[in-house]
Design a binder for this molecule. Structure first.
Ligand code: ARG
Length: 579
């Protein structure tokens, strides 16, 4: 369907042209509701060019407007604004068609997009950074799907480099007699892993910390990593078990966050391409050896900051994070034929992606020219403005973070629903808590940092998840009590703002898509919830006597509820029917 914005623009373009001004025109919302629904400020921009006052231009244009049945009450205001309203009947009809139209996904774009998000590491607990990637990535994926892209979400687990050598070392240190470490062993390995996920979560950070200062330990880990990558049987068997145990636990965490991946591939899954890519780069003379490591120069003339070389192999000859990254792009090109890859990763990894993308371009290895985009995000900080840490200085784990939010949500729900059963309160609190955390995470412009503030996140007022959830349940309770009839849908003045807000969804979702920034949808959901609550405060919906008015208000309530629900689905936040 043709959007109202487009229709208005055409009417205005014609009027400007007919008045002798052949220029582009912009139409925006009118900031003061009493003056109009929309406003055109273009006359102000043309004054200089035509040596005329904006008022004269505005009056010329208004005299040529042909908006019969669409535009009403058009006026010129000083210093040259054109304000106007949309005809009520036209708006009512448009709104109904619009809502049917936007309910379904847009026409397929034919574009295949892979979204690389989540990025949890095996054997390690998820931390705050992984939370942001999961939240933002899942929403970007849903938005892109809605906009018609063919999307694949890949979790891209950290399951290959040095970190795997560290875990294997940790298992060895704890029990060197395990059969996995016996080189001469040729039998089957035990089917049960010699550790639990909880044990792994402690073992890995411990070694990782020690390896930072212990040179000997670091070298041992490098050797194990090399042997693993060369296929040493015992290490491979152990590594498979580490992955299996980790995946199960990571999946549970992502399920809680409503992040669902199409692909559960990891860095190691690019194995089949690694040797080929490494050989290709070396054979074609793109690399050189420096301090034993094989590197590719990616700095360019005119770089403002130093861009260090891309690391193809470390001095032990092992594949690194950068190697698997490169091989994974080749894999995605060959196996999935993608047109675009979005990397939803912490801003602090930007340099890594600059190096990788440059290397891909330099070595000219892809079948297709893939649009590679780094979709970076800021950090979740503590009250001190530094990345959020636990009291003992470790990166804040997702579990601890969630617990804090769940506790706070429980407290708030208990306060507002003192007569509810404990089980009811508990169930509501869980959904409220996740909505609080996810909405807070998503509502800040992606690239910006945010401060973890559990009180603010869980508040039922302001731009928060619980506020949107509460507004949906409020609409639901109206709908549960309202007995509707089959009257006409006609908008009165008090319904206008809400109707106009409902049709703004298209612009918001388009901005969210274009900028890979779900925050635009959060802003929209918040403004719609506000508009609905104002409408609710002013109207008596259930007790309205006039059947036409009543029907219209009930329909608007239903439209709002559906629209808020749609936004929350695109943000991957669960809602409640009742609260
Ligand atoms: N596992 C990485 C980390 O925790 C994030 C992976 C992001 N994705 C990627 N293709 N590099 O830092």
């Amino acid at each position: 369907m043709e959007l109202l914005n487009t229709t208005l623009k055409q009417i205005f373009l014609k009027a400007f042209r007919d008045s002798g001004y052949d220029d582009d025109v912009t139409i925006g919302e009118c900031a003061i509701a009493n003056f109009g629904d929309f406003q055109c400020q273009t006359p102000l921009l043309l004054a200089k060019k035509y040596h005329k006052s904006p008022l004269v231009i505005a009056n010329d244009v208004v005299a040529h407007i042909d908006g019969e049945g669409i535009i009403t009450n058009i006026t010129v205001a000083s210093p040259g604004y054109i304000n106007f309203f949309i005809d009520g009947e036209y708006l009512a009809k448009y709104l109904q068609e619009y809502l049917i139209d936007v309910a379904d996904a847009r026409k397929p774009t034919g574009k295949k997009v892979l979204i690389d998000y989540g990025g949890a590491n095996c054997a390690k607990p998820l931390h705050v950074g992984h939370l942001r990637s999961a939240d933002i990535g899942e929403s970007i994926k849903r938005i892109a799907k809605y906009m018609g892209d063919d999307c694949i979400g890949d979790v891209h687990l950290g399951d290959w480099g040095l970190q795997m050598g560290m875990v294997i070392y940790a298992v060895w240190e704890k029990n060197p007699n395990l059969v996995y470490f016996d080189k001469s062993y040729t039998g089957e390995y035990p089917s049960q892993p010699p550790f639990t996920m909880d044990e792994l979560k402690v073992m890995y950070p411990n070694i990782s910390q020690r390896a930072k200062t212990d040179e000997v330990l670091h070298e041992k880990v490098k050797k194990i990593t090399y042997d693993l990558q060369q296929g040493r049987r015992g290490y491979v068997a152990l590594w498979k078990q580490i992955i299996e145990v980790s995946k199960k636990s990571i999946k549970q965490d992502y399920d809680k966050l409503n992040a669902h991946f199409d692909l559960w591939l990891g860095e190691s899954d690019s194995k089949n391409y690694q040797d080929e890519v490494v050989d290709y780069v070396i054979k074609n003379g793109y690399s050189r050896v420096s301090d034993g490591a094989t590197i590719v120069d990616v700095a360019r003339e005119g770089d403002k900051a130093e861009i260090p070389p891309f690391m193809l192999l470390n001095s032990a000859g092992s594949a690194l994070y950068s190697t698997t990254e490169l091989a994974t792009i080749v894999q995605r090109d060959r196996e999935f034929g993608v047109d675009k890859i979005l990397y939803v990763v912490d801003n602090r990894q930007e340099l890594h992606f600059v190096q990788v993308f440059r290397c891909v371009k330099k070595i000219n290895i892809l079948k297709k020219d893939i649009d590679l985009q780094f979709v970076g995000f800021g950090t979740m900080n503590g009250p001190d403005g530094k990345p959020y840490k636990t009291r003992d200085g470790k990166a804040m784990g997702l579990d601890d973070l969630m617990q804090m939010v769940v506790d706070k949500a429980l407290e708030k729900v208990k306060q507002s629903k003192p007569d509810y059963l404990d089980t009811e309160i508990e169930n509501i609190s869980k959904v409220v808590a996740i909505s609080a955390l996810k909405f807070a995470d998503l509502s800040v412009l992606r690239t910006k940092d945010l401060v973890f503030d559990v009180d603010k996140f869980c508040s039922f007022e302001g731009k928060t998840g619980p506020y949107i959830l509460y507004t949906i349940t409020r609409a639901n309770s109206v709908l549960a009590k309202a007995d509707d009839c089959d009257a006409k849908f006609t908008l009165s003045d008090e319904d206008r703002r809400l109707a106009l807000c409902l049709i703004k969804f298209t612009d918001s979702v388009a901005s969210a898509y274009e900028k890979n920034a779900p925050s635009f949808l959060c802003d929209y959901a918040y403004s719609l919830a506000n508009e609905f609550n104002t409408f609710y405060g002013k109207s008596s919906i259930i007790y309205e006597k006039d059947s036409t008015k009543k029907h219209t208000k009930i329909m608007l309530t239903k439209f709002t509820k559906n629209m808020l629900q749609k936004c929350m689905d695109l943000l991957a936040i669960n809602t409640l029917e009742k609260m």
